[in-house]
Design a protein around this ligand. Sequence first.
Ligand code: NDP
Length: 496
Amino acid sequence: MTLEQTLPICVAGTWRLGGGERYATCYPATGEPVAWLNAASLEDVELAVQGAHQAFLNSGWAQRKPHERAAVLYRIAEAIRQRSEELAQLQRQDNGKPINETRALVASAAGTFQFFAAACETLEETITPSRGDFVSMSVYEPMGVVAAITPWNSPIASEAQKVAPALAAGNAVVIKPAEITPLLALQLARICEDAGLPKGLVSVLPGKGSLLGDALTRHPLVKRVSFTGGTRTGKHIAHIAADKMMPVSLELGGKSPTIVLDDADLDHAVAGVLYGIFSSSGEACIAGSRLFVARSLYEPFMQHLVAAAAQLRLGDPADEGTQMGPLISAAHRESVERYVALGLAEGGRLRLGGERPSGGLFDQGYFYPPTILEGLDNHQQVCQEEIFGPVLVAMPFDSEAELVEQANDSLYALAAGIWSRDYKRAWALGRKLQAGTVWINTYKQFSISTPFGGWRDSGLGREKGRLGILQYMEQKSLYWGMSQQPLAWAGVEARP
Ligand code: NDP
């Protein structure tokens, strides 16, 4: 593709220019355009959903045997692997993450298709214990058209997490990627098509969520929305879904506590805390953004942490050694800066960072350094709101009871981390923390085989896990009458 070309989008099995406004996606490390495309229009939403509905009804995909659907998904996984370097480089340009990180995201997307292919061909329907003259069964049916609405921070991995189980279940999917990072979703649609997925089963609608995502969610033929993004948008979608009586899964924001107990292995804890907040430049829902350290350890731990954070390599995402790339956009960097200023106004002190770097690439892209604030209380705004950037707030604690109260004192409840050498103590604490995921002596580790999701304002429902495929299916109970006699109630006698 050349920069002058306007990229086509995928609407109901046809590649054509979107009906909306032309816009450029930009490389956050330089601010320069990567590709031009036309956003989808509301007419494209209608065509994509109608096309998906027709493909669901007529392509035979839902009727294929599970191992036949799985064969296509295995091919998609393989194609992602074969094109992994090209996809990782494109994703680096799409959202500015360091190349090593985008390689891992592409590998994760391939693994997700492979996993759900296996889940599809091994999914069991059950014969339930009979309590009458019948055989009773629990079976699953696909839903029809599913909408997958994804954010900008981990394209392809987020999309795979929704598209793979939805297709495995026999559905059609309309993807609405974030307006500013549409390139990987478009590539994924190409890969699905090349792998032999019937046309129309996957559409991709780049453009504004407030227009396209909203219309998709409201569409009567859309039977489920799987959404990852901010809590405010998630609640908006939940309201629409309630009116339609439509199931939704919502993977939303977080303000996750990382806890260092006084018996922690300091080197492990420092490495884990740094990775938890500063990898992906903090643009991660599960970022460990609130640090609680036992008071007896606080100062030595902070010295070690600050010294190690100062060594992190912020820079060109194309360099193999870069650990932190730019933030996604100028507007997002300004939002992060406002939070740091607010933290200082609330009485916080900077232990590290807090100022834009300058010189070379730093003058072009939206870079922001690892930043550590202290001297704040958990109830203050920077400790309660999701910053979604490389900003850590560190707080000492005195007792475990006080710690649990503060760690759980958040609207969010997505993840938490504990660092301790005492596994019994860590177990007891882990059970008291309110969070969808608790990491003990590790952080930000993921497995497609383990369910993921949040409590409270962090979301509804779970993605991943072998049974993640069931989110995209309706359960149905089947009863097979086995009596030689008619049902007794009507008093009808069986004829000899
Ligand atoms: P948004 O909620 O703004 O956007 C997410 C997606 O929703 C985008 O595709 C967006 O489109 C779309 N959207 C926006 N408005 C609507 C609407 N009214 N109806 C339907 N869709 C809409 O989130 P961000 O892009 O700011 O992403 C960051 C957020 O995502 C953070 O809060 C983060 O915590 C969360 N997140 C959660 C994860 C999890 O698994 N729990 C993982 C990753 C991120 P567009 O951008 O094109 O306008």
